[in-house]
Write a protein that binds this ligand. Structure first.
Ligand SMILES: C[S@@+](CC[C@H](N)C(=O)[O-])C[C@H]1O[C@@H](n2cnc3c(N)ncnc32)[C@H](O)[C@@H]1O
Length: 221
């Protein structure tokens, strides 16, 4: 697992702009390079600002481990419907766990004024998301993490977006219920959460395909 270079995610003015956790690429620096080289590399990265995995010659463009779900972007109709279903607004911090090219996080910021955290295990995806956020002028309000969604911190979320896989949702569910603040909204594209009954289910048609979108709210403890 790579080192973490990320600060905490806040809900106030301390919210961090794009920071990318160093991927397993940091492990690919030859071991004999030594401490001084590592220190110089770290200093160079800090001076250069946010680093994207694909821009670093030392970073292999490969996931931290095999992804649990293959990449498939949500249609933009689905993205906007998910954000509306969660009633995303300016005070929200929207996490997309398995964020792909960042479209949900970026749309949350650009069209709903929220802040967002985009987490993906695949550095190709986080590099795309970072480039897209910059292109759309919202990089300052999105934190991008090349991390495993099962390990990333989620405490700062007020909304969590998922487009994963049934088994992955079920595996993630205890963590969501344990770590998210009561009242946090969770929206899943396509897959439910087993016997956790959603508060709302929308059936929509996008890209010539019917699909369900589910909304849950973390209950009081
Ligand atoms: C179906 S795509 C969804 C992309 C995006 N959320 C969207 O709706 O457009 C699933 C994404 O989850 C990522 N992923 C799979 N397993 C992961 C894990 N354990 N941690 C973080 N990301 C993961 C994949 O790399 C992929 O980009």
């Amino acid at each position: 697992m790579g080192q973490r270079s990320r600060g905490r995610t806040g809900t106030g003015s301390d919210f961090r702009p794009i920071r990318q956790t160093m991927s397993s690429g940091s492990e690919s620096v030859p071991k004999r390079a030594g401490f001084l080289t590592a220190l110089m590399a770290a200093a160079a990265m800090m001076l250069a600002g946010p680093v994207h995995a694909q821009e670093s010659p030392a970073s292999p463009v490969r996931p931290l481990r095999a992804p649990d779900v293959q990449y498939e972007p949500s249609d933009m109709v689905v993205v906007r419907t998910m954000l509306r279903l969660a009633r995303v607004g300016r005070d929200d911090v929207v996490y997309d766990l398995g964020c792909g090219d960042g479209r949900i996080a970026i749309t949350a910021v650009r069209e709903y004024g929220a802040r967002a955290v985009c987490v993906d295990i695949d550095p190709r995806r986080t590099a795309e998301a970072a480039a897209n956020a910059r292109k759309d002028g919202v990089a300052g309000r999105i934190e991008i993490r090349n991390e495993d969604l099962f390990l990333t911190e989620i405490v700062g979320a007020s909304v969590v977006m998922l487009f994963l896989w049934p088994e992955v949702n079920i595996k993630l569910r205890p963590r969501l219920l344990r770590e998210l603040v009561p009242g946090t909204r969770v929206v899943s594209h396509f897959h439910d959460m087993g016997d956790w009954t959603p508060l709302e289910t929308l059936r929509i048609r996008a890209n010539n395909r019917e699909r369900n979108l589910y909304l849950w709210v973390i209950p009081p403890r």
